[in-house]
Design a binder for this molecule. Structure first.
Ligand SMILES: CSC[C@H]1O[C@H](OP(=O)(O)O)[C@H](O)[C@@H]1O
Length: 358
């Protein structure tokens, strides 16, 4: 019997609606400080997404949905709501390019707006739609945690050691986590010996966020430099690499935090299984393959300003913050709608045509 790990306490909320504003845990200051930023309008939410106050594909989508709800509350009355909200949708849509959950959430909000009757209380109904997107993501996290635990049990015996990259936890989602949701469930079920977390340069999501989340959750975690991953797989019995995703193309190629592709190549070389955990809101069936996914490049300052030290030398800086892992390096994609082993275009199309939820 799987444990009822839905009861595991969450001691923080990355994204929270607070009566008349959106409260965001400012992830730029973790782990040292738990500071919050309140957003009153869509442009503030867009800036928070762009500046990574809030980050993580599902969390970005949830925040953007609340951004539209905030915009509608400020407008209050409109004869043509689509026109009245056009600039708000536009500023949110361009906040970050890779996580498809952003455009998915805004599409859901736009479809909801178009379905509303003429006499609807639009601000109230759009807030309700944003809250449903938020709740739906959390439910999806819990479904994926259960399904991912089944996969770990199917392929392994006893307590397992896993490696994760970046942060795909409660901080990156509507609550609980995708990759870290599976890891939390495995720990609660007694099948996890230890999580190894890559520091994930240059933004250090692993060192600053994943380590913080897992220690607070009582999950045994060891932090390592990204460059240590190869040695770890060579010397330790790592059974899985478990990561999140920002966009999955129709053929199963996965865009995720920079460094994920190299982990997949290392995992193949060392016989370590590779699991991607992502809600179907991360799957972009409009893109045939991963090379079509827009990969964000961020300021070179993220590499040059390290620990208060300025590493500027005049050298050019290349700072892509996502890469693409081809489907043939992925053993399983876990979604809330089901598990896809050895993903390919046919299997993903079949999954996306499924309405059932686990
Ligand atoms: C649960 S998806 C989290 C996903 O988002 C991260 O990127 P960023 O921190 O830049 O928003 C990373 O790719 C994670 O895997």
């Amino acid at each position: 019997m799987s444990p009822d790990f839905t009861l595991l306490p969450e001691t923080f909320k990355a994204v929270e609606w607070c009566s008349d504003c959106l409260r965001l845990l400012d992830q730029r200051h973790l782990p040292g400080q738990e500071l919050y930023q309140n957003c009153d309008d869509a442009s503030q939410v867009a800036a928070a997404i762009r500046d990574m106050v809030v980050r993580g594909a599902p969390a970005i989508g949830v925040a953007a949905a609340y951004g539209i709800a905030l915009a509608a509350r400020r407008i209050a009355q409109a004869d043509d709501w689509e026109s009245a909200l056009a600039d708000d949708f536009a500023c949110l849509e361009v906040a970050r390019p890779t996580a498809v959950n952003l455009t998915w959430a805004l599409r859901m909000m736009r479809e909801q707006l178009r379905r509303l009757p003429a006499d609807a209380d639009v601000p109230a109904r759009l807030l309700q739609a944003a809250e449903e997107i938020h709740a739906g993501d959390r439910e999806a996290n819990l479904s994926m945690a259960r399904l991912g635990l089944q996969v770990l049990r199917r392929h392994g015996r006893g307590k397992q050691k896993v490696l994760t990259h970046c942060n795909a936890g409660a901080l990156a989602t509507g609550g609980y986590g995708t990759a870290l949701g599976v890891i939390r469930a495995a720990h609660a079920a007694g099948v996890l010996e230890r999580v190894y977390a890559d520091e994930t340069r240059p933004w250090l999501q692993g060192a600053r966020l994943t380590a913080w989340e897992l220690v607070r959750g009582g999950v045994p975690v060891t932090l390592l430099a990204d460059v240590t991953a190869a040695h770890l797989m060579k010397t330790e019995a790592i059974s899985w690499v478990i990561v999140g995703a920002d966009r999955i193309a129709a053929n199963g190629d996965v865009a995720n935090k920079i460094g994920t592709y190299s982990l997949a190549v290392l995992a193949m070389h060392h016989g370590v299984r590779f699991m991607v955990v992502a809600p179907t809101s991360t799957i972009d069936m409009s893109l045939e393959e991963g090379e079509l996914i827009p990969l964000e490049e961020r300021s070179g300052d993220e590499l040059l300003q390290v620990g208060g030290q300025d590493l500027t030398t005049g050298a050019e800086v290349f700072n892509p913050v996502f890469d693409v892992t081809p489907a043939d390096l992925i053993d399983v994609i876990v979604t809330e709608k089901g598990i896809v082993e050895r993903p390919d275009a046919r299997k993903l199309a079949e999954l996306m045509s499924t309405r059932r939820l686990h």
